[in-house]
Design a protein around this ligand. Sequence first.
Ligand code: SF4
Ligand code: SF4
Length: 317
Amino acid sequence: MNSLHIKQFIYQLGIPCVGIAPGQFPAPPPPARPCPLAAGQGAERYEPERLLSPCRSIIVMLFPYYVADPPTANLSLYCRSTDYHLLIRRYLQTVEAYLHQHYPSCRTLSVADTSPLADRYLAYLAGLGFIGDNDCFIHERYGSYCFIGSILTTLPLTPDTPLHRECYHCGACRHACPGHCFDGADYDYRLCKSYLTQKKGSLSLPEIEVLRKTPLIFGCDMCQAVCPHNAEIPETPLNDFKENRIYTLSHEAIASLSNREFQRKYGNRAFAWRGKKILLRNMEYLRLPPSMPEQAHGYTQQQHADENRRTYNKRNE
Ligand code: SF4
Ligand code: SF4
């Protein structure tokens, strides 16, 4: 079935990139060490039929989100607008309504980031770009600053062809990564700053040291910021992602809020999903003078060295 008019409708909504992935496809090897924050950890990442059966096609859309905010920002680029899950959901619901109007017997299911499916792989299958050495999905025009939203459907649409493209393999992401996450054969999430800023509980000294390498209190953009594929990308054409931005969050702005007040004020923000406590913890780690992390943790220099060695050994197991 030709998908042209579906794509045209999607373009009319202002979404600049859409492609069709097949509903079933051979699975690539799952990640060696999947991040525990991902909903899908194994084979379920590549099995859309577990969510919608029969899944005949997947309509995949990219939502660019790059905006040139001031360099004083202390929040990752992806969480400065209203929570992208909420924004994307509205677009996907509009597309689903269109599909149901034109194909009353079809069934659909929208997914964006929180399903077990490997969104980036779906976008690759839909011919929208390629996956770089920094593990990010990269679009030719909008770089890697793109959210991915998809609609699984029973409609048999003609799939697009994946691009035969690779990133420049320049190594900039590997060199810039504060957690050395790309030093092994596969991406290792355990010292990824983005993961650590969302990890619950106290952090170990090596983890705190990673956190303190860059000024962001939530997320980490380093492996994207240095990537030449992001060098001259345009700002997002989607106004929703340009409006209501918060790019800096101060201790004063949240410290005195009750949890309820915090949720009321920031509950529609992606940086708020772990709550106020984690943000304050990250701010504290970043505010400590260079000599303080050990005292804050009660670690001796020897314990620090031992922990570094244990972490290194684990990473090289
Ligand atoms: S987000 Fe930061 S810490 Fe994580 S892999 Fe990228 S550069 Fe490394
Ligand atoms: S920084 Fe270089 S190696 Fe890393 S993803 Fe971009 S082009 Fe590839």
